[in-house]
Structure formats: structure tokens, C-alpha cells
Design a protein around this ligand. Structure first.
Ligand code: HEM
Length: 482
């Protein structure tokens, strides 16, 4: 390795700065339970473009808006592949999905299907009734709980809501109709997520790592997690094969019609495994991320009664007492949308986005980056960078007043959905649910902390994993406002 570095210097190459490495493991020991936080600390010492060595694999971590713009806009094509990690391969039916597939013709065609057919603005609007029905059912159930003034576990309720909405959009039926139990399904999704966030030796130690993964039982865990979700998809797809044309068209119907009508998708094959792989994307990428965002928003509001009151006053000024907010009201709710932006700034559900892999050599801030380097963009750190954000740790939605900064991938200081070719294609679907749910939670209830608890007692710790869950469940008491 030393010879290689000497050779690079001789050839006048500049590699990004980074911490000293240990033999074999490189810098793996520097990555703690909350990688976005440990990488943030390291970036303070080594800068916004930092090199790490993860076992046998080189990595670059980007931690400023300017550097993120370079990789996600200027060099987007150089860095828009995904690394072939063991967990990603397993969950994606060997890279037949969109999220984890390497860049190429197959990925491009499948992404086109998602953007144009499955998650387009038009499609999202066509599922408006699903969101309205599921949110109404949540509000009704919270109204019953409010009679006894007992604290409810909002983290769990938000997961159940986003899962029900995605179930009905994808499968045409909700949890209960599918015969699944909310808690069990939540465990399945969390197992799949922790699989994605887990350290597989085969990813970082070529040739020998797979032996370690077999011995530690990791391979078997991956298999189990994949099987339990695959069983659900298999069953639902089979049921859809016998549906009548009168049934409301859902995402599985759409994908089955794409399977049947291959000619519309050129040379690229779209088969049953592609359908199930995209379902995996929808469930792994689409359920928890929305629930996480809603839980953090409610936690921040519970901690900040001034902001809670202001957001409630706004929502209630547009809606008759006792009524629900509907989607056509949302565009008027400017403060509510600022609250959501502020939540996404401080608590992006995927703090390091999804890992990317470089495909060619390019210069980044004057440093040379080589092909097959893992690239992580620390959007969590960028959201707290004092160079862009005044008092960054403070939850202060007013910072977005008279500001054009938005989260759709054009402003690199706020990137909760990523940007560029690999940016989140589910953004319309996600925001439709988050906005309508939050508006109704604020419209229909006042929220109290459980007895004896003060705002300062609310802990805001994050659990470890690929996504930033709130570590302890958020428990609040709903008081009905009607
Ligand atoms: C608040 C909710 C959500 C957040 C914060 C979120 C965030 C993200 C992020 C950060 C990425 C990676 C972007 C990158 O690597 O640059 C991503 C990718 C993706 N998301 Fe979302 N997402 C959300 C909801 C959804 C929903 C509801 C769906 C679909 C139903 C979805 C589908 C996807 C897919 C398929 C990808 C992979 C794109 C690709 O690699 O080409 N997401 N999302």
C-alpha cells in the first residue's frame, strides 16, 4: 500500500486527507454506532472531502454543501452507481430493483418505470383517497384514546399509518385485510433495515470475508430477513393474478401489466423478480422514512410549545372546527411546510443517503477520486453546518421564511431526499403523506406530555442503523379539539 501511495505522489496525484489507518481494518474502528455522527466529528478534523479505508475498500465522505454539489450535480454521472454490498444484493433479488442496482441500462429502465408510472405526481394524486381514508381512521382512533387521556406511542402509530398507506397503494388492501400484524411487520422492516446497515465482512475483506459472515451467522440472518418479506410479496402477487378489471388499479397491477407488455420497455427484461424487487424498495425505502419524519416532527413540536401553537393556529384558521384538513388545503399552510423542512434539516431519515460507488476517475476539490470508491454524503452534518445555518441545533422553522431553500435536490445545504440521478423518486408520495398527516394531528388535537414530564425531559437520542429512528418511543397525550 505504501508503495502505491508513493507512486501516486510521484504521478502528482492528490488523495483526500483522512485519519491514519490500521493494518487490515483500515479506518473501520473509527466508525461508531451512529456513523453520521462519528464521520461528522472526523470531518471537523480532516475537512469536507475526507478519505477513509474500510478494510480493503477505499471510501470518500463528503460533508459540505459545496462538496455535495460537486458529487451530486457536477460529477453525478461519475458517482451514480451503488456498491455491490452483500446485504444490498440479497434484498434486491440480485440487483433487480432500483435503489441498490448498479448504474446501467437495466437500472435506467426500471427507474423510468418508477418515475413515470409508479410514483409520478399523477399517480400520487390518484391515491389521495387512500391517504384520506387511512388518516381519518387514525384520527378516529386517536379521538377514542383521547377520552381517557392516556399517552399513546406515536412512533408506533406513525409506522402503522405509513405502512397502511403503502400497503393499500401497493397491494390494494391494508394490513388487516392482508392478515398481517402491525408489530410483526414493523419487526420485519426493521430487520431488513438493520441488515442494510450491518457490517458484512465479505464487503470489506474480499476473498476471505464470506467465511467470517458464514461463521457469524450473518448470511443466515440475511436469508431469513429476505425470505419473510419475499413470502408476503409472493402471496400478494399470486392473489393479483386473479383480480378482475373492476378492481382499483394498484402498484402490483401496474407492474404485472409491465411484465406482460414487455415490448413497451425495449430490450430490458421486466420479470417477476423485478416486480418483487421494486416492492422491496417501496417497503424498505417508503414506510419507515415517512414514519421517522413524522415522529421527529412531533417530538420537536412537543419540545417547542411556541412552534406547536403557531402551527396549530395556522392549520385551524383554514379548517372548520371538527373537520379534517384535506389535500387541497395544504398549499396554504406555509408555516406547517416550514416545520417539515426544519424537521428534514435536523432529522433526515437517511443521514448518509444511500451509499454510492464511483465509476470513473475525477477531481473533487482538487483531490483525485478513483473508480470503485464508496462515496457517502453526510447530509445530516450538512444540515447542521454553521456556515449555512444560524444556530444550527435550534428547531426554528422561521429560518425558512422568505427563503427559497427547498428539499427537492436543488439546494445542496438541505438534501434529505438526495439529488441527481439517484435522488429519491418517491418524494411526491412521501411528502403527500407527511404533510397531510402532520396537518391533521395538529388540527384535531392538542398534545400534552405524559404526567410529570417537562419539555426538557424529552430525549432526542437516535437509535443506530441506516435510518435515524428516535431511540425511545415518542409518547404523547392527545386532547381532542373539536
Ligand atoms: C420522508 C420519506 C422519504 C425520505 C426522507 C427518502 C429519502 C431517500 C434518500 C435519501 C434516498 C437516496 C438518495 C441518494 O442516494 O441520493 C432515497 C432513494 C430512494 N427512495 Fe426515498 N425517501 C422517502 C420516501 C420514499 C418513498 C415513499 C418511496 C417509494 C414509495 C421511496 C423510494 C425510493 C427509491 C426507489 C430510492 C432509490 C433511488 C435510486 O437509487 O435510483 N422513498 N430516498
Amino acid at each position: 500500500m505504501r508503495n502505491k501511495i508513493r507512486k501516486l505522489f510521484k504521478e502528482n496525484k492528490r488523495i483526500p486527507p483522512g485519519p491514519p489507518k490500521l493494518p487490515i481494518i483500515g479506518n473501520l474502528h473509527k466508525i461508531g454506532a451512529l456513523p453520521h455522527r462519528s464521520l461528522w466529528q472526523l470531518s471537523k478534523q480532516y475537512g469536507p472531502v475526507m478519505r477513509l479505508q474500510l478494510g480493503g475498500v477505499p471510501a470518500v465522505v463528503v460533508s459540505s454543501a459545496e462538496a455535495a454539489k460537486e458529487v451530486l450535480k457536477i460529477h453525478d454521472l461519475d458517482c451514480c452507481s451503488r456498491p455491490p454490498l452483500a446485504s444490498l444484493g440479497k434484498l434486491s433479488y440480485n440487483y433487480l430493483d432500483v435503489s441498490f442496482s448498479p448504474y446501467g441500462e437495466n437500472w435506467r429502465e426500471r427507474r423510468k418505470i418508477c418515475v413515470l408510472k409508479l410514483f409520478s405526481l399523477h399517480k400520487v394524486q390518484s391515491f389521495r383517497f387512500v391517504r384520506e381514508v387511512e388518516i381519518r381512521s387514525l384520527i378516529d382512533s386517536l379521538r377514542s384514546s383521547s377520552l381517557t387521556e392516556t399517552p399513546i406511542d406515536l412512533s408506533k402509530r406513525m409506522f402503522a399509518l405509513t405502512a397502511s398507506i403503502i400497503f393499500r397503494i401497493a397491494f390494494g388492501k391494508n394490513f388487516k385485510e392482508t392478515g398481517l400484524d402491525n408489530d410483526k411487520f414493523e419487526e420485519m422492516i426493521h430487520r431488513a433495515e438493520s441488515m442494510l446497515g450491518s457490517f458484512a465482512a465479505s464487503d470489506f475483506f474480499p476473498y476471505v470475508g464470506w467465511i467470517v459472515d458464514k461463521l457469524t451467522g450473518l448470511q443466515a440472518k440475511f436469508e431469513l430477513s429476505f425470505r419473510e418479506l419475499d413470502d408476503i410479496f409472493e402471496r400478494v402477487v399470486d392473489e393479483h393474478l386473479n383480480r378482475t378489471p373492476e378492481d382499483q388499479e394498484d402498484i402490483v397491477d401496474l407492474m404485472l401489466s409491465i411484465e406482460r407488455d414487455q415490448s413497451k420497455f425495449g430490450e430490458v427484461q421486466f420479470n417477476r423478480d423485478c416486480t418483487k424487487a421494486i416492492l422491496m424498495d417501496i417497503f424498505v425505502a417508503g414506510v419507515d422514512t415517512g414514519a421517522i419524519t413524522l415522529t421527529w416532527a412531533m417530538a420537536e413540536l412537543a419540545k417547542s410549545p411556541r412552534v406547536m401553537r403557531k402551527a396549530q393556529n395556522e392549520v385551524r384558521s383554514y379548517v372548520e372546527k371538527g373537520e379534517l384538513v384535506n389535500e387541497s388545503d395544504i398549499h396554504q399552510l406555509h408555516y406547517l411546510r416550514m416545520v417539515i423542512k426544519e424537521t428534514l434539516r435536523l432529522h433526515p431519515a437517511a443521514p448518509l443517503l444511500l451509499p454510492r460507488e464511483t465509476m470513473s476517475q475525477f477531481k473533487l476539490f482538487g483531490y483525485d477520486v478513483y473508480p470503485k470508491t464508496i462515496l457517502q454524503v453526510n447530509v445530516w452534518a450538512i444540515g447542521r453546518d454553521p456556515d449555512y445555518w444560524d444556530k444550527p441545533e435550534e428547531f426554528f422553522p422561521e429560518r425558512f421564511m422568505n427563503s427559497s431553500i427547498d428539499y427537492r435536490g436543488q439546494h445542496f445545504e438541505l438534501l434529505p431526499f438526495g439529488a441527481g440521478r439517484r435522488g429519491c423518486p418517491g418524494i411526491h408520495m412521501a411528502m403527500a403523506t407527511v404533510e397531510l398527516t402532520l396537518a391533521n394531528l395538529l388540527c384535531c388535537f392538542d398534545w400534552k406530555l405524559p404526567d410529570g414530564m417537562k419539555e426538557t425531559d424529552l430525549d432526542m437520542d437516535e437509535a443506530s442503523g441506516l435510518t435515524t429512528h428516535k431511540k425511545s418511543p415518542l409518547k404523547l397525550v392527545p386532547i381532542s379539539y373539536q
